[in-house]
Design a protein around this ligand. Structure first.
Ligand SMILES: [Zn+2]
Length: 99
């Protein structure tokens, strides 16, 4: 199970969103009625030191980050499994020491 974690590659937390924006130009198409918004752009949001940080990604970057986010979910799942196995084993070890 630890080997599986080791093989999982880079991983990042956060979410990837496709977003549309309005710019600051008052005569732009994004201010028209109906508005034609700019984008879509890829926006990656994640927590850094407790704060949410967002950044724009290119299509190619978003593709890579999508894989890393999927890895992070896999890692979290494996860690939960490992946590459960560890809990069972450590309880047995502690019970054996107590005898
Ligand atoms: Zn605009």
């Amino acid at each position: 199970m630890l080997a599986a974690l080791d093989r999982s590659g880079w991983f990042v937390r956060g979410s990837l969103l496709k977003v549309f924006n309005r710019c600051g130009n008052p005569s732009c198409r994004c201010k028209a009625d109906p508005p034609k918004l700019h984008g879509p752009y890829w926006q990656w949001s994640r927590k850094v030191a407790g704060k949410t940080v967002s950044g724009r990604l290119t299509d190619a970057q978003a593709e890579v980050v999508r894989g890393w986010i999927a890895n992070a979910k896999l890692v979290a799942h494996r860690l939960a499994e490992l946590d459960e196995v560890t809990r069972q084993v450590t309880e047995r070890i502690l019970a054996a020491i107590d005898e």
